[in-house]
Design a protein around this ligand. Structure first.
Ligand code: D5M
Ligand code: FE
Ligand code: ZN
Length: 514
């Protein structure tokens, strides 16, 4: 039966110019002959109606108990047109739960007065950078100011220039950006800290307890050090080291009703490896009783595959025009029940500037992706959903954290541990000048001023989640099968999973659709 899944009913209706109420769709899906019911509903729609409502469907169902036997009124070819669902969406999708429970009533709470979604940290439209040298100075000064503020109360700190003129043997403290990390000939570590006045070198002895923290350091992160100046006052021996970090006592906020959010990313529509069947199954699942509490869908970047992102990428494109890719993505959004609120940020495959922070999509792309009226915000952005603050960041810096840090602290198999490092540094992309391109701005939009309750990233195409000082870190998987490049470097993506978060408990369940 070509029209068995709710998602396919939605795309059939949209292809004929109609939006539909969720319950109307489940009614059609539950009928013996969904295709025939859909035909009758469309035929009977008032000329000025744009939305297929439950009562339209009920009228059809009541008129002919079983429309498939109330023959004679419809031209014969209508069955065919109902069957002409785009080939890519048909066929091999597993039967949705609604089919096995045809009378299940899905009561998703769509009362807008109960919903709450606030956007706090969206920098779209606030970009001031001109790319001049001064902007780089300003962005690092702002970073040091704001992250240093979290450390200054913890150490008896002095400016670098003041430490430079202290006598040998003095106790000193400093807050600064990591300017350089070097190992010495004797196996100790020399870390140069920089503040607004200058730099000072700090020596971590290889057998001190802090030595194993050195391999977690990234250039340009903000740290505090305390120690004792050498006899000639040229360096300081480190006695303690502090990260801005998340307080261990952090208590996350939770929703005061049972409501869930699906956290996904990396849809990669337009790639030959986009997993249409898995996406269809996900969209169908959202219509089932099991998904009745899912009221929010958050997408952390890489909506489409894009063009010219990697060498030879064009050989794996299914859709070669970038705007057509977004049109195709919009069709995928239409499959999602209309009463789910969607928030999305761009990623490195999307058609916005690559340097971070990435502003939300421009007007032309917003117009294309308008079907579901999604909230489109910058990468990164902080949103508050039912009282739960969620920091959404695509995750390009994770590649860097994983490359620089030892396996047990960050790896592709445990991407959430790499996220813990970012939380500890209170910055989504600390290191400047590597994979992650940073746009110079007057303000460092990548600093985590506030501790989020949930930190949501994607990009590495691996599913992983866990808690760091009570903050839930989730890296969602992807909807793209392994690409040739990933095969060549042995990346095995976690494709077709949707982590679902209970916003009242911050518990996670994972739904698999592949
Ligand atoms: O990134 C998906 C993951 O794969 C991410 O960890 C980067 C890595 N990746 C994928 N293709 C390449 C190439 N060609 N060079 C380097 N790293 C790559 P995504 O943002 O989806 O491409
Ligand atoms: Fe991706
Ligand atoms: Zn990416």
């Amino acid at each position: 039966m070509p029209l068995e899944g709710p998602a396919r009913i939605v795309s059939e209706l949209t292809s004929r110019g109609y939006n539909a109420e969720r319950e109307a769709v489940t009614h059609i899906a539950a009928a013996d002959q969904p295709a025939a019911v859909l035909e009758q509903v469309v035929e009977g729609m008032p000329d000025d109606a744009l939305v297929v409502r439950t009562d339209h469907v009920e009228a059809v169902l009541a008129a002919g108990e079983d429309p498939s036997v109330s023959t004679g009124t419809r031209p014969a070819d209508q069955h065919d047109s109902a069957g002409s669902v785009p080939a890519e969406t048909g066929g091999s999708v597993p039967a949705p739960t609604t089919d096995s429970e045809p009378n299940a009533q899905i009561e998703r709470n769509s009362d807008p007065s109960l919903r709450s979604l606030e956007i706090a940290g969206d920098m779209t439209g606030d970009s001031t950078g001109t790319g001049e040298y001064e902007d780089f100075v300003a962005v690092f000064r702002d970073r040091l100011e704001r992250l240093g503020g979290k450390l200054r109360g913890r150490v008896n700190h002095r400016p670098a220039t003041a430490i430079q003129s202290m006598p040998g043997g003095s106790e000193a403290g400093m807050v600064g950006l990591v300017n350089d990390i070097r190992s010495t000939a004797s196996g100790h570590w020399l870390i140069e800290l920089e503040d607004a006045t200058g730099t000072f070198p700090w020596l971590v002895m290889k057998d001190r307890e802090f030595a194993d923290m050195v391999d977690q350091l990234l250039c340009d992160e903000v740290l505090a050090m305390e120690g004792t100046l050498s006899d000639d006052a040229g360096i300081a021996f480190v006695d303690s080291m502090y990260f801005p970090d998340v307080p261990r006592t952090h208590e996350p906020s939770t929703a005061d009703r049972h409501v869930q959010a699906a956290l996904i990313s990396d849809v990669h529509v337009g790639s030959q490896e986009f997993m249409a069947d898995a996406w269809n199954a996900f969209a169908d699942w959202l219509y089932t009783e099991q998904a009745q509490h899912v009221e929010y869908l958050l997408i952390a970047g890489d909506m489409v595959e894009g063009v010219g992102i990697y060498p030879n990428q064009d050989e794996e494109l299914d859709v070669v025009d970038i705007y057509e890719q977004y049109e195709a993505f919009n069709e995928r959004l239409k499959q999602v029940p209309g009463d789910i609120d969607i928030v999305m940020i761009p990623g490195n495959h999307d058609a916005v500037r690559l340097a971070e922070p990435q502003p939300g999509f421009d007007d032309r792309l917003r117009d294309i992706m308008s079907a579901h009226d999604p909230q489109i915000v910058s990468n990164p952005s902080t949103i508050t959903v039912e009282g739960v603050s969620i920091l959404m960041y695509h995750g390009v810096s994770l590649d860097e954290v994983i490359a620089e840090l030892p396996e047990e602290k960050a790896s592709y198999d445990e991407p959430h541990k790499a996220m813990y490092q970012l939380l500890k540094k209170r910055h989504v992309a600390p290191q400047f000048g590597g994979h992650t391109r940073l746009a110079p701005e007057e303000e460092d939009f990548l600093v985590m001023d506030e501790v989020p309750d949930i930190f949501h990233t994607g990009h590495v195409h691996k599913l992983g989640f866990g808690k760091y000082h009570n903050v839930l870190a989730i890296n969602s998987g992807c909807w793209q099968a392994q690409t040739d490049f990933q095969k060549s470097v042995n990346i095995n993506p976690d494709s077709g999973f949707a982590p679902i978060v209970d916003l009242d408990t911050l518990d996670v369940t994972v739904q698999k659709f592949s």
